[in-house]
Design a binder for this molecule. Structure first.
Ligand code: ASP
Length: 584
């Protein structure tokens, strides 16, 4: 992490931290405080203790008779000396020195810890979370929390440098429009009424714009009651920002600067300008709206190649393929597995072909004309030893399946391939239709349609309408999204109507926003990105739980505090609530 002036860690109880001792300190007296990482007894009279604090460990030599155990908290005073030549440990920052203890005070005793505190042991997650205070003592988690703090601080600094001011928005609100399920809080004063916890500060930040705060930001806690996955928690932090009198380019500039500062704070290097790609190009080339551009295996368009084919399976609106250079060695078993996978992802099937000197080797070659095979090889740039995969289907589905297949074939680990940031722009306004036939907003209902596509919106060609929405993607993770907002009441009403939200419903759900727009709403746009994900990537962690001090398990429980818990009848009465028996 970038250098800052080193704070003075001296307190009334210690003179220096364990991990800060170096050869320069040899000959000085030090008072240390920390936890016993390990004890190695040497006969009756001598013990080697690794003493640990946030900064690391140092070896302390104590005479016998102290009865020290793992995780006891000690204060040790002694002389720093060089370790005997043959016992120096170069892999440890303090490995050249040890402290010869003259005085050892046990500040606190510890029961045997529930698991060893090192980064090598694989411990059951529930056990880790139940004793998170012990888990947090691991070097890896200490480092992750430091990375997190550095990212928070860099992002704040970068936003403030650009004239944004931090505004706090409320936690107890009416529903928000992010499209997930709300967490709700019952009202005691008005039994039967509920507050929602914010899925994001979206509406408030737009109200801030109407309120003349022309550059708002907040590192905001957001809550969404959704099924958890590795990269999701019920509550998460996002850098939330909004600005007035700006367009998309301005916002991308602000956010790139903040993300760049965060990267620099952790890696010491500022990333170059983030490239841009339209949503359509991302879908066509990578089969995803969050392409992982660290590796190739791009999707190749083949629809024309098979335009006149006799092969029924390829008589589809779209044929696309992926070429795996040198992949022909792959076993038949693996090919069957991948085929099965693709079916689960929604494809009718997966065609594979090995490229060999004699020609293409595949169960389907007998159905293909020679010129088709030639054209296929040319289109894909196929060479001997390659493996080709083809999917024929509706265009959206073909892209989707091949996009997933591409990841399964080539996605690097989180720690590999550097950081590939990418802006994906020109998202569609709607991503499809719900069961009632109403379009589903791809972002949220306040997103401004592309000016050029307003005609399409009026004409009802909904899936063709592009929006002024954009995502920031890094290494195939969606880091965040934003959009230029609708600030004109009539456009907002038209979008609501298209979404099947009638005037009355719109007024009851978002009336306060629509009302605000009657009093001079400036053009505005904004963005939000997930701090947890950014920190995880920068810390080299796959799972965001590793970068959150007190996360929940995959099932949303907190093994440490026992949340969620029941509440007593008296409390329920006060809230006017009754709990139904569990559903059968
Ligand atoms: N509120 C949006 C979200 O949380 C981000 C934005 O549009 O600013 O995803």
């Amino acid at each position: 992490m970038t250098d800052r002036p080193t704070p003075d860690y001296t307190t009334s109880m210690r003179s220096i931290r364990c991990g800060d001792l170096r050869a320069d300190d040899i000959g000085t007296e030090a008072t240390l405080c920390g936890w016993v990482d390990s004890v190695r007894e040497h006969g009756e009279h001598l013990a080697f203790v690794d003493l640990r604090d946030r900064s690391g460990v140092v070896q302390v030599v104590v005479d016998g008779g102290h009865e020290l155990r793992s995780e006891f908290v000690l204060q040790v005073t002694g002389t720093v000396r060089a370790r005997p030549e043959d016992t120096a440990n170069e892999s440890l920052a303090t490995g050249m020195v040890e402290v010869a203890a003259a005085d050892v005070t046990i500040l606190a005793r510890s029961e045997p810890p529930p698991f060893p505190i090192d980064d090598r042991t694989d411990v059951d997650e529930v056990l880790r979370l139940r004793h998170r205070y012990v888990d947090l003592r691991r070097a890896r988690l200490q480092r992750n929390l430091e990375v997190r703090a550095a990212v928070n601080s860099a992002v704040r600094g970068a936003m403030e440098e650009q004239g944004f001011i931090e505004v706090e928005t409320p936690m107890l609100i009416a529903s928000t429009p992010e499209g997930a399920r709300d967490f709700v809080v019952p009202s005691r004063k008005e039994p039967g009424s509920f507050y929602a916890l914010p899925q994001s500060p979206q509406i408030f930040k737009q109200l801030c714009m109407v309120g003349g705060v022309d550059r708002y930001y907040q590192i905001a806690r957001c809550l969404r009651d959704e099924d958890l996955r590795a990269d999701r928690q019920f509550e998460f932090m996002q850098l939330d920002a909004e600005a007035s009198f700006v367009d998309q380019d301005d916002v991308l500039g602000f956010i790139s600067h903040a993300v760049g500062a965060a990267v620099e704070a952790v890696t010491g290097e500022r990333p170059g300008e983030f490239p841009r790609m339209t949503w359509l190009e991302a879908q066509e080339r990578f089969g995803s709206d969050k392409p992982d551009t660290r590796f190739g295996l791009e999707l190749v368009e083949l629809t024309e190649v098979f335009a006149a084919t006799e092969f029924r399976a390829f008589q589809a609106p779209c044929v696309k393929g992926i070429r795996v250079p040198g992949g022909a060695e792959v076993s038949r078993n693996r090919l069957d597995e991948l085929t099965e996978q693709c079916k689960q992802w929604g494809a009718k099937g997966l065609v594979w072909m090995r490229v060999e000197a004699e020609g293409l080797n595949s169960p389907v070659v007998k159905f293909l004309a020679d010129d088709e095979m030639d054209a296929l090889r040319t289109a894909m740039g196929a060479e001997d030893g390659d493996l080709l995969f083809l999917v024929a289907d509706e265009r959206r589905r073909a892209r989707h399946v091949l996009g997933l297949l591409r990841l399964a074939l080539g996605r690097p680990l989180v720690t590999e391939g550097g950081l590939n940031f990418l802006w994906v722009v020109d998202f569609p306004l709607f991503e499809g239709f719900d069961e009632a036939g109403n379009p589903i907003p791809a972002h949220h209902p306040f997103t401004m349609p592309h000016e050029e596509d307003l005609g399409l919106l009026e004409a009802g060609e909904l899936l063709e309408v592009r929006s002024q929405a954009y995502d920031l993607v890094v290494n195939g993770w969606e880091l965040g999204s934003g959009s230029v907002r609708i600030h004109r009441r009539e456009v907002q009403e038209m979008v609501f109507a298209t979404l099947g939200i009638g005037a009355e419903e719109a007024q009851s759900k978002f009336g306060f926003l629509l009302d605000a727009f009657r009093f001079g709403a400036p053009p505005h746009a904004g963005f939000a990105f997930g701090m947890d994900r950014l920190v995880a990537i920068l810390a080299g962690e796959e799972n965001i739980r590793e970068v959150i001090a007190f996360p929940k398990t995959q099932s949303g429980a907190d093994p440490l505090t026992g949340a969620p818990t029941t509440i007593d009848d008296h409390h329920l009465d006060e809230l006017g609530l009754r709990v139904l028996p569990p559903k059968q």
